[in-house]
Design a protein around this ligand. Structure first.
Ligand SMILES: Cc1cc2nc3c(=O)[nH]c(=O)nc-3n(C[C@H](O)[C@H](O)[C@H](O)COP(=O)(O)OP(=O)(O)OC[C@H]3O[C@@H](n4cnc5c(N)ncnc54)[C@H](O)[C@@H]3O)c2cc1C
Length: 295
């Protein structure tokens, strides 16, 4: 059903066969050109170069995540990638099971996370290319990359690529922040200081709005049963408001001083696109209380 993989590289032996001491000794001999004295092995297992991705992540009620969906050729990224698959899928599955999820919500899991898998394959393949070469050209490449990484900007960029934090998921909202992973801003609220990460502990969507944008708070009243509306200020003030999905990706943003004429229709569209149709509007009360969040 999911058998189509985009590719499979350098499979040299039968992975189902257990590794024996003899095979291990032969491998060492091949690499070193000499035999090493060895006693009984405590544990032997295989690590195999693989760069593979499932052709599809979803077939009806079956969804692939983690190593079932992708295998990377370099270590250090696979666990993160798999956990972010799970975080992306969990809130969409929950919405679907609870009922009222917008149509096509579960399909966005495949679109978004297959793209994330492609990016992870890109960067892990690049790591392999950096590690594998043994000639002067490969040494030169490593030296150039090392020089670049001494500067803060390229180091940050590469760090975000490896962490999967540089993704911008496709979506209909045109604001440049939409689809990106939210920055963990420090927030000043009426109840004290908190942060975006702390608010996300509840795994619910959050509409963060500056105090002077009551128009945007009121515009979201029809979604109060599914979306926590929080009034907060930040020192940086990147926007007037952010709609954040439970997985930390931004679903909508209002530009600074953006008029309600343009901001509200886009907000309604984003709320419906990600969290379903509004229930009959409720007059907004005070901000939702957040249990367990330091204020
Ligand atoms: C030696 C090694 C070193 C690694 N180092 C790193 C590292 O430094 N950093 C990093 O990010 N990643 C690393 N990885 C990769 C990382 O461990 C995996 O990406 C991660 O564990 C995948 O998690 P998963 O939940 O998708 O799959 P798994 O951890 O494989 O979990 C799948 C689970 O499903 C169970 N299962 C299978 N079939 C069935 C069935 N039919 N019914 C019920 N249960 C079933 C399995 O027993 C298993 O418990 C390393 C992997 C290896 C092997």
């Amino acid at each position: 059903m999911f058998a189509t993989t985009v590719e499979e590289e350098s499979v040299e032996y039968d992975d189902d066969e257990p590794m024996t001491l003899t095979e291990f000794q032969q491998s060492v001999h091949r690499m070193l050109g000499a035999d090493l004295p060895m006693g009984e092995a405590f544990r032997l297992s295989r690590w195999q170069f693989q760069a593979r991705q499932a052709g599809r992540y979803r077939d009806g009620r079956i969804l692939l995540a983690g190593d079932a969906a992708h295998l990377l050729p370099a270590t250090g990224a696979a666990l993160n990638l798999g956990m972010l698959d799970a975080v992306n899928l969990a809130w969409k599955l929950a919405a679907d099971i609870r009922g009222g999820a917008p149509s096509g919500l579960l399909d966005t899991y495949e679109t978004e996370r297959r793209y994330a898998g492609e990016r992870a394959l890109l960067q892990t393949r690049a790591q392999v290319a950096l590690r594998r070469g043994t000639d002067p050209a490969a040494d030169a490449l490593r030296e150039v990359v090392q020089e670049l990484l001494a500067d803060e900007q390229p180091a940050r960029r590469l760090g975000a690529l490896i962490a999967g934090a540089d993704l911008r998921y496709p979506g209909s909202d045109p604001h440049p922040l939409t689809g990106t992973f939210v920055t963990d801003l420090t927030l000043q609220t009426g109840q004290g200081t908190t942060s975006v990460a702390a608010l996300l502990h509840r795994a619910r969507p959050i509409l963060l709005v500056r105090a002077d944008r009551a128009d945007l708070r009121e515009a979201a009243a029809g979604w109060l049963d599914r979306v926590d509306i929080r009034t907060a200020g930040t020192e940086q003030r990147p926007t007037d408001a952010l709609l954040i999905r439970p997985d930390g990706h931004i679903a909508w943003a209002a530009a600074i001083d953006e008029p309600a004429d343009t901001a509200v229709p886009r907000l309604h569209q984003a709320l419906s696109e990600w969290f379903g149709d509004p229930t009959p509007p409720i007059t907004p009360q005070n901000d939702t209380e957040v249990p367990g969040v330091a204020r």
